[in-house]
Every structure is written in C-alpha cells, then in structure tokens.
Design a protein around this ligand. Structure first.
Ligand code: NAD
Length: 294
C-alpha cells in the first residue's frame, strides 16, 4: 500500500472533542444545553442501533438527547403532530427522523414538516436549495464529513477535478454541491453514466457513494488521487462469516491513490460527529449567535 490511510475515526474523535468544547461554551453563554430530538418509528434493528449510538454521542458531547420511540403502527398524522410539537419546543435545536420510515408513511412529507432551522440531517428541500445556491444551510452529515476529510488531507481544493459516483439526495448530490462550493470541477456519475472507469481516471478527488461492493477498481484511479469511500456493503468472507467493505476495492486502489479512506473507520464515524456539529450550529443560529468555529 502506497496511499496514506485517512483515519476517519481519529478525525471524528477530534471533531467531537471540539463540539464538546463548543457545547460547554454555549451552555455558559445561553444557560442551557443544545437539544437533539431523534424520532424512531418501528423496530428496524439497524435503525435502532443508529439511534442508540446517536443518543450516546449526543450525551457524551454534553447535549440533551430527546428520544421518541414510536410503534410501527404510528399513523402519518401522529408522526406529523410530533414533528410539529418538536418544531415548537424551545429546548429542541435539532430534529432527526430516522429513515427508512414504515411504508404507510410518506417520508418526503415528514421531512418537509421539519422546521428547516432544526433540520440537522439537512434533507429538507429548503436546505437542499440553500446549499445549491450557496446560502447558509443545514448540510447533510455524510457529505459534510467527506468534505472535512478532504480539506484536512488536501487543504485548498480549488480547481481540482472531482468525480462523485452516485446521485442520491442524501450523499451524491449534496457532495457535488459542496465540492462545487470549494471551486472544484465536478462530475456527477451514476448508474446510467457511460464509461465510468474513464470518468474516474480523470479525477484528483473520487467520492464513491453507490452501495456496490468494491465496484471501483484500482486501475480506475489516477495515480496520487484522493479517494473517499462512502459505501457500506456487507459481503461473505472466506471464514464463512461476513465483513464490511466499501464501494472501492481498497487494496488495489491503495496501490495507486495518494490517500484513501478505509471501510470501516473512514467516512462512517464522521457522520455522527457532523450530526453533533450540525446540532451545535443549529443551536447557535436559533440563539442569534455566530456559528462556532469547528
Ligand atoms: P442510493 O442507493 O440512494 O444511491 C446510489 C447511487 O449510486 C444512485 O445515484 C445510482 O445512480 C448510483 N449507482 C448505482 N449503481 C451504479 C453503477 N453501477 N455505476 C455508477 N453509479 C451507480 O445510496 P446512498 O444512500 O447514496 O448510499 C450510497 C452508499 O453509501 C451505500 O452503500 C450506503 O450504505 C452508504 N452510506 C454510508 C453512509 C455513512 O455514514 N458512511 C451514509 C449514507 C450512505
């Protein structure tokens, strides 16, 4: 392996310490802790694990964690009523409704009901629009985490060729907007793109957010490029168990790239750290304070 391994775990820990310092300063100034409300509908095991670790991290950062666990029979109207209540709760700075929601609930309707200022996931259409026009926005946590890693690794990104593989509203599109905001030349590739290897070979920065195990091969990578692997894929391993891999064939790509994130331990830990960061930022904005320097 010749590439530097980008340590997302360490970067996330450092950011969480900074957020905790920011929370302490906020409490001192405002006289209360920032509050994050997390809503879980149903008992999806993966979602339950995410919600538990988000709650734990929130408390560790010194913030209030307000958890609402609702049965999967909850009606859309009742969920919308809860969102409305949280929108109007002065102790709540951030609202996160864990996705996916049960099939009888329209996720888009629920996300649209969240007050944009409290939308710490950054999924509300107003925040997507604000990000697209370069206005102050709440930005989705995963791409924000990727950008943090890229800027720490590379410094100024101006003029770099970036290829984002994947065009989801949660990762690919906001990632592309963030890179455009850093004055990169951005290509968004997706399942209908032609000659993906050739597109990727041009890139100084590759962000893979596809959900296909080890799809991006080593010979797609331009020598010295920085590779950010968002994918989380579980595959069978030789010992009969299973293991997590990214969207990039790590061992191959690491021979060619300048720097690369591993899976696990790369982008994943940054997502929760950015959720805490977004909650602290939302709290500052609601109180009319300047954004904390993080
Ligand atoms: P998604 O399914 O919503 O989007 C996948 C995108 O990949 C689509 O835009 C599609 O066009 C594109 N795609 C599919 N097949 C392709 C192909 N053969 N060639 C090129 N593009 C192709 O997924 P998502 O929500 O954006 O998540 C992507 C991956 O990132 C998943 O593995 C997910 O688990 C992971 N993820 C990780 C984190 C984290 O915290 N690390 C957060 C969110 C998502």
């Amino acid at each position: 392996m010749s590439a530097r391994r980008i340590d997302g775990k360490a970067a996330a820990l450092a950011l969480r310490h900074k957020v905790a310092d920011g929370v302490a300063a906020f409490r001192e100034t405002v006289g209360r802790a920032p509050g994050l409300a997390v809503v879980l509908v149903g008992e999806d095991p993966a979602s339950s694990v995410y919600v538990r670790s988000k709650g734990k991290a929130t408390v560790e950062a010194g913030m209030d964690s307000i958890e609402h666990k609702l049965p999967d029979t909850t009606s859309e109207a009742d969920l919308l009523a809860l969102v409305d209540q949280l929108n109007n709760d002065a102790a709540v700075d951030g609202i996160l409704v864990q996705l996916p929601l049960p099939g009888h609930i329209d996720s888009a309707k629920v996300i649209d009901a969240i007050a944009p200022a409290k939308d710490v996931d950054g999924f509300h259409i107003e925040n997507a629009g604000r990000l697209a026009v370069g206005a102050e926005a709440m930005v989705p946590c995963t791409p924000l985490g990727c950008l943090h890693l890229l800027k720490t690794e590379l410094g100024d990104l101006t003029g770099m060729d970036a290829v984002v593989i994947g065009r989801s509203n949660i990762v690919g599109k906001p990632m592309a907007m963030l890179l455009l905001g850093e004055s990169c030349t951005v290509t968004i590739a997706h399942s209908r793109s032609k000659d993906l290897p050739a597109l990727v070979r041009r890139a100084d920065i590759v962000v893979a957010a596809v959900g296909r195990a080890e799809m991006v091969r080593g010979d797609w990578i331009k020598p010295g490029a920085t590779v950010i692997d968002v994918g989380i894929n579980r595959i069978a391993s030789d010992d009969g168990k299973s293991r997590l891999v990214g969207d990039v064939a790590f061992d191959e790509a690491a021979e060619v790239a300048g720097a690369i994130t591993p899976v696990p331990g790369g982008v994943g830990p940054m997502t929760i750290a950015m959720l805490l960061r977004n909650t602290l930022v939302a709290a500052h904005r609601r109180e009319g304070l300047q954004d904390p320097q993080l």
